[in-house]
Design a protein. Structure first.
Length: 313
């Protein structure tokens, strides 16, 4: 499998387009960039929807946001626009219904639904939506050991295994506007295979990606340690240490760097409290240690960044 980022994220939006053409243009874009569907707005006003697409060598990723609407992948659409693919949808905001020939599923934020994109379905978003989408060719899905999808499968990402949350984090970061973060297609696929099959991932790069995602989830916890991370992702501390060493830095170095970068972002945004409160919010138990390490990493004092953020805000 070839890893890579493709040509970078591409944004398409109906906002600002002629109202009478929005639905047709939205359908045309999805047919070319993701999966062909018919679309109907649930309100009298014209459809407002935005999609950020990233095409990797084998897998297509997308972030989709829009107002209330319904999309239909009918038998005639499947015949005219076959995908030969599996579709995976992560709900970020807004409940959605998924009507399939086996019944109706309701998808809530924090859940993932996986389906055969060439089996007809209807998806509805009565309050609008924001979601991530992953399109996987059927042949690649089979190589992953993915099950035959006679029915959709639903997974709880927020409450599920660390691999599911790492997958959502990786896809979500890859399809942010003007994202420059490279995404490794092999890691995306192994994480997806782990989620749908329940088997643990085996490669060090996937363990590293999962550990980093777990750390980002728990940055605010002062007691976060290698033991906590190892237990959270299901590996030994020794193996976790080797995984980080292979990535070029130790786990404590990575954790410290992420906390300091988070702190800088908060300060630069004009945090309303004190420098010490920012340090505490980022998991530092000592204000003086935080200030020292902040200046060491960023070359400027935390108080100076805070003042600049407040002036700029």
């Amino acid at each position: 499998m070839t890893s890579g980022m493709g040509t970078g994220p591409v944004l398409f939006s109906t906002v600002g387009l002629p109202e009478g053409q929005r639905v047709a243009l939205w359908e045309a874009h999805n047919a070319a960039a993701l999966i062909g569907v018919h679309c109907r707005s649930l309100r009298d006003d014209a459809l407002e929807a935005t999609e950020i697409n990233l095409q990797l060598p084998h897998v297509d990723l997308a972030r989709v946001a829009g107002g209330p609407h319904v999309v239909e992948r009918t038998r005639s659409v499947v015949r005219s626009l076959p995908s030969e693919a599996i579709a995976c949808y992560f709900a970020l905001t807004g409940d959605a219904f998924f009507y399939h020939d086996d019944g109706v599923r309701v998808l809530h934020p924090g859940q993932l639904i996986v389906c055969d994109a060439d089996r007809p379905f209807i998806r509805g978003f009565s309050q609008g939506l924001e979601e991530l989408a992953v399109k996987v060719p059927r042949s690649v899905w089979q190589d992953l050991g993915g099950p035959r999808l006679s029915q959709p499968m639903v997974f709880d990402v927020d409450e599920g295994a660390a691999q599911a949350r790492a997958l959502a984090r990786m896809v979500g970061r890859a399809v942010l506007p003007e994202s420059s973060e490279a995404v490794d297609e092999d890691i995306v696929l192994e994480l997806l295979g782990s989620v749908v099959s329940g088997r643990p991932p085996t490669t060090a790069t996937v363990h590293l990606a999962t550990a980093r995602a777990y750390i980002d989830e728990h940055l605010t916890e002062p007691g976060l340690s290698a033991a906590h991370v190892a237990r959270g992702i299901g590996v030994s501390e020794r193996h976790l240490s080797r995984v980080f060493a292979h990535g070029g830095e130790s786990l404590p170095q990575y954790l410290l760097g992420r906390r300091l970068d988070r702190a800088r972002s908060m300060l630069a945004a004009g945090w309303p409290g004190s420098v010490a409160e920012v340090g505490a919010a980022c998991g530092f138990g000592s204000a003086s240690y935080f200030s020292h390490r902040f200046k060491e990493r960023h070359g400027v004092g935390a108080a100076d960044v805070l003042r600049g953020g407040r002036v700029g805000g």
